[in-house]
Design a protein around this ligand. Structure first.
Ligand code: ATP
Length: 328
């Protein structure tokens, strides 16, 4: 392992996700393990531009493995999109003696990192942190598993009230472009139907399914809908549509919103964050740059950042079939 790098900077950028703190902790402690310094950069790229840095040692990250969000704070920085902003950020890193970056965030953050590397030859390694699980090169992004557990827990509670009142609940979950949360949490929570952006199942099919449910004696139902579903109706319009076709249904809407992004990370996310942090730092020490660390077939693997940004994640179509069978 070549150890020419003496100081690594770590930042969180874009939307926060549970497990980011655990990843920062892992980066900081792996640096300490290899006797190199670590600098926390507050508020993502904006903090880099403003020189908002703090030296972090292994004891600076006590008691954060269990905390949601990110103690380094996250931000979206318009200024970093400009060459002048990136130049300021680079000057600050050089002044601070930081020689490589670990960027924890989504594809936008990786795009910024890649550009930064192209302009200044600065080593950058990415850790995928987003609840949507829509990043190529990893089966799981940080926070996705926690979000699934949060959604299932909430739908379990909704089910209690749905079954007590013979109601149909339309539950909207996050996922503008990707249905991973809806599909997996939907199956996990026993949803009747799941509507996702990747599949246009059509309103007809939803109506048929509800009709079938009624005729087979189901008195309450849960339908899970990703924000970006393809029905062309928002969840409230969908409620009106269902009610106009089935006046006998008492339809309620629940939009889960930001609660899906918060909360204490699951054990899975904590372990994943710890593994990814170690690999990120050790990859830098091996002289690597422009890679994302991810989980592939339960092994930590590197994917070129460019591929991680451009590649598309696919939903597991077998899960659609499983969901169909379960809702008989
Ligand atoms: P999320 O998945 O939560 O949206 P993200 O990392 O994709 O996370 P973005 O807001 O897209 O979130 O990007 C985070 C930050 O990365 C931006 O605020 C900006 O500072 C930087 N960034 C994104 N795209 C670019 C780009 N094309 N050039 C330079 N910087 C960029």
């Amino acid at each position: 392992m070549s150890k020419t790098i003496k100081k690594i900077g770590v930042l969180t950028s874009g939307g926060d996700s549970p497990g980011m703190n655990a990843a920062i902790r892992s980066v900081v402690r792996t640096c300490a393990f290899h006797n190199i310094e670590c600098v926390g950069i507050y508020r993502g790229y904006q903090g880099m531009i403003e020189g908002d840095f703090k030296e972090l040692g292994p004891r600076s990250v006590n008691n954060i493995i269990n905390k949601g969000g990110t103690f380094l704070k996250s931000a979206r920085s318009q200024e970093f999109r400009t060459p002048e902003g990136r130049k300021k950020a680079h000057d600050n890193l050089v002044k601070e003696g930081v020689e490589a970056l670990v960027v924890i965030g989504g594809d936008g953050s990786f795009t910024g990192g890649l550009l930064f590397n192209a302009e200044f030859g600065f080593p950058v390694i990415g850790i995928p942190g987003t609840i949507d699980n829509d990043i190529y090169g990893t089966s799981h992004t940080l926070g996705y598993d926690t979000a699934l557990n949060t959604v299932v827990e909430v739908i379990d509670k909704i089910r209690d009230t749905a079954s007590s009142h013979n109601r149909l609940f339309l539950v909207e979950v996050m996922g503008r472009d990707a249905g991973h949360i809806a599909l997996n949490a939907g199956i996990g929570a026993g949803a009747e139907e799941i509507l996702i952006p990747e599949e246009d199942l059509g309103l007809e099919r939803l109506m048929d399914s509800l009709k079938r449910s009624k005729s087979t004696g189901k008195t309450s139902s849960i339908v899970v809908i990703a924000e970006g579903d393809k029905t062309g109706k928002n969840v409230f319009e969908l409620k009106d549509y269902v009610e106009s076709n089935f006046p006998e249904y008492d339809v309620r809407v629940s939009v889960l919103g930001h609660m899906q992004r918060g909360g204490s990370p699951s054990c899975f996310d904590r372990v994943l964050a710890s593994r990814l942090g170690v690999k990120a730092v050790e990859s830098i020490l091996e002289g690597k740059s422009n890679y994302m660390v991810g989980l592939l077939n339960d092994k930590i693997a590197l994917t070129p950042l460019e591929q991680a940004i451009k590649g598309h994640t696919e939903i597991d179509r077998e899960l659609l079939r499983v969901s169909d069978i379960m809702s008989i």
